[in-house]
Ligand binder design. Structure first.
Ligand code: ZN
Length: 271
């Protein structure tokens, strides 16, 4: 019970980050237009300082939000391009020529290191001429693709372009640990990011046994994410990070360090 109350305090952000705590590279951050009037770029950086976030993979709708953060913290922000000009683009971005033109324009400066987070609903979404161009650009520019999708679509992506590097958003969101394990076994260019997964990894005081075994066995393939897609998640940012630190503490220290920041540093080396 005591632990449970502490966990509640952690989740709701009542307990701040402690000095000397494990640094975290947040690989699923958004700074979209709905957050701009609530938190200025400097306010976001303060949140990262407080939560001991060393670096972050950031994307936004539209891309201007990512660049607002990148401009004031280029060593800390790794830009990812999400192709959406507005939220309305989410539904059909993969088959909309105007969205592709916007994406090419944004990528031209060469600052983005990833393509994502992108939403793909079905394998047939990959069968468009626009999508072929996105995938060619990702391979040619070495962009890591961060899809929010299920295991079937990840398999279809690798079938289309075996050279892709994929950082699977939310590790498939609802895919069971055994499915995530099978995918990581099969695809050496697959990494999995764990936003929205803390409750699956640590459903109560202890780690879920299947997740624990998976995180240890594939310690080199997981990263942490917050997914600040709406402003409420920025309000609760410290809690989202504390929730991850809570389960990281239950893993062997070398495994926890890899997942907290070392794997992400390997994917997005400091330049
Ligand atoms: Zn997502």
């Amino acid at each position: 019970m005591k632990h449970f109350l502490f966990l509640l305090a952690v989740i709701f952000g009542a307990v701040p980050a402690q000095a000397g705590e494990l640094p975290i590279f947040d690989t699923h951050m958004h700074y979209s237009s709905s957050a701009w009037d609530v938190y200025a770029p400097g306010d976001i950086l303060k949140k990262l300082d407080t939560a001991n976030i060393t670096r972050a993979l950031v994307s936004s709708t539209p891309d201007a939000g990512t660049m607002k953060l990148f401009d004031i913290a280029p060593g800390r922000v790794v830009p990812a391009l999400r192709p959406y000009r507005t939220r309305a683009d989410m539904a059909r971005w993969y088959e909309t020529p105007d969205v592709l033109a916007y994406s090419k324009d944004r990528l031209a400066a060469g600052r983005h290191k990833a393509l994502g987070e992108i939403h793909l609903y079905m394998a047939k979404n990959l069968e468009t001429p626009e999508m072929a161009e996105y995938l060619d650009m990702a391979v040619a520019r070495g962009l890591i693709v961060q899809p929010h999708t299920d295991a079937l679509v990840v398999e279809a992506l690798f079938k289309k372009r075996p050279k892709l590097k994929i950082l699977w958003a939310h590790a498939g969101f609802s895919e069971p640990a055994l499915v995530v394990a099978r995918m990581l076994d099969q695809y050496p260019n697959l990494w999995a990011e764990l936003s929205y997964r803390a409750g699956h990894i640590q459903p109560d005081d202890d780690l879920d046994p299947e997740w624990k075994a998976l995180l240890i066995r594939h310690a080199g393939r997981f990263t942490i994410g917050s997914d600040t897609w709406e402003v409420d998640r920025w309000h609760g940012y410290q809690g989202l990070i504390n929730e991850h630190r809570e389960w990281l503490r239950l893993l062997p220290p070398d495994v926890a360090e890899k997942i907290a920041f070392r794997n992400a540093e390997g994917l997005f080396p400091q330049q």
